[in-house]
Design a protein around this ligand. Sequence first.
Ligand code: FAD
Length: 518
Amino acid sequence: LYPISSLFPVFLITSYLMCNMAGKLLLPNEIFSLDISTKLHNDHYNIKSASIDYGNLIQEIPTSVFHPSSIDDIINLIKFSNNCSTPFTIAAKGRGHSVRGQAMARDGVVVEMTALSKNGSGIRVSWNPSLGYYADVGGEQLWIDVLHATLEHGLAPMSWTDYLYLTVGGTLSNGGISGQSFLYGPQISNVLELDVITGKGDLMTCSKHVNSELFYAVLGGLGQFGIITRARIILQKAPTRAKWVRLIYSDFATFTRDQEHLISTDGPNYVEGSLITRHSLLNNWRSSFYSPSHQSKINSLLRNKNGLLYTIEVIKYYDNNSVGTIDQEVELLLKELSYIPGHMFKKDVSFVDFLSRVKSTDDINSNSGGHEEFHPWLNLFVPKSRIMDFNAAVFLDMIRDDHNHTSSLILFYPLNRKRWDDRMSAVIPNEDIFYTLGLLHSSTSLTETETFDKLNNKILQFCEKAGIKIKQYLPHYKFKEDWMKHYGSKWNTFQERKRKFDPRMILSPGQRIFSNSD
Ligand code: FAD
């Protein structure tokens, strides 16, 4: 092992050994004299698993896949790349649940973050008088494991995603949203401190007060500025149970007015919404909620209401102390709402069953009968002032009457801008309330995938033409101009931060924002 610091910056590494399929030389042969080289894998299994993601739409072949045993291993890899005459790109891969290749690195190195689960930061719960309860969690950890580890102390984070088999580093690089976000903000608003390895290979601790520029850059930063190895997450006392209610609407204005009413009070703990169309499955991969008799009741309503209904999902948590009052509290919460009479459906579940209601995709795939699935998802934030136009053109015209449309889950629910911090890299519309749209398409053929992509493009074109200032969530663009437009007034800051923390444009190339020819 050569101590890396003794090699650099005196020599720039210039001879390359590992090649790609076109014979282009990619990794310098000096890397093979370093200890970390034993952690680079380029066998078929590793390369294949780093070349695909949940979307199954894009394939980018890396030179090799890195399985770090420690944070120092990642530091050494990034420093090594920095000291090459032409650095190789490096992508942290969490669970690979991106849909458009965001965690891939063509001809570069993919860092399999979950390899750190044994020797990374783990999950540690603590308390101190100024911060209260918090958990220090490795960036490689899955949220489902954070849930179970914190519940052992009777505690839990406040803000979640719907699906918990995602890594902490992966969701904090985007935002991390769900029905709790209207109240507590996205997951990025619930972080006290981070450990980050920058694109220069420096391990830095950052927070609102220390190295704050890096802190704000990394949260929602699409992996551009550094690799998160630890996040300190705020915890609160965990409830034990949840009253889970779904309400059905046929009128969009009433549906959204009631959602906005709910998020303006601090009564509910969770508010989401979705569409029910002829093609959506009432009980889908995301959640099994309705009994067979409820399903047939909703289906007959759907036939009477021209094939489109809306549903609000509300949760109220409780514990032993509120068993006697919870039903009254829920009643009070729903009192002002104008759902279709007789179309309120209730469940009473444990807190953990509610949060882990969406099964792991491993289980889903094992039940899919071996069919290959594609997920051409589109996620948008739509400003509140334009949701009526959006409903008329997109939900009523494009989605309700689309007979090619098969199984898509369509989420639509409001979020409060005040729960987001504009200093962070994440971008949202410039209105106090905006709606999140999740068009979660699932297809089993390329033809169907193309149909979904055409629909996605049609929606984007409509918004552009109608002047609806949407922002993509989990964004995907091919051209720099589109990224500049996406970031708008934040673009200059985003670019400056990139130059500062990853000047050789090494990290997260799969986002296609910067390249080392920039
Ligand atoms: P990956 O796909 O592995 O990586 C995503 C990006 O983050 C890449 O650019 C990668 O380089 C970077 N990255 C990964 N780890 C790190 C790290 N430690 N440090 C820095 N950068 C890193 N999102 C929501 O907000 N709410 C939801 O309810 C929700 N539900 C979902 C359900 C499913 C079934 C799926 C497939 C996705 C869902 N998502 C949801 C989207 C999800 O949050 C993002 O795709 C997230 O990035 C996935 O995490 P991951 O660990 O798989 O990240």
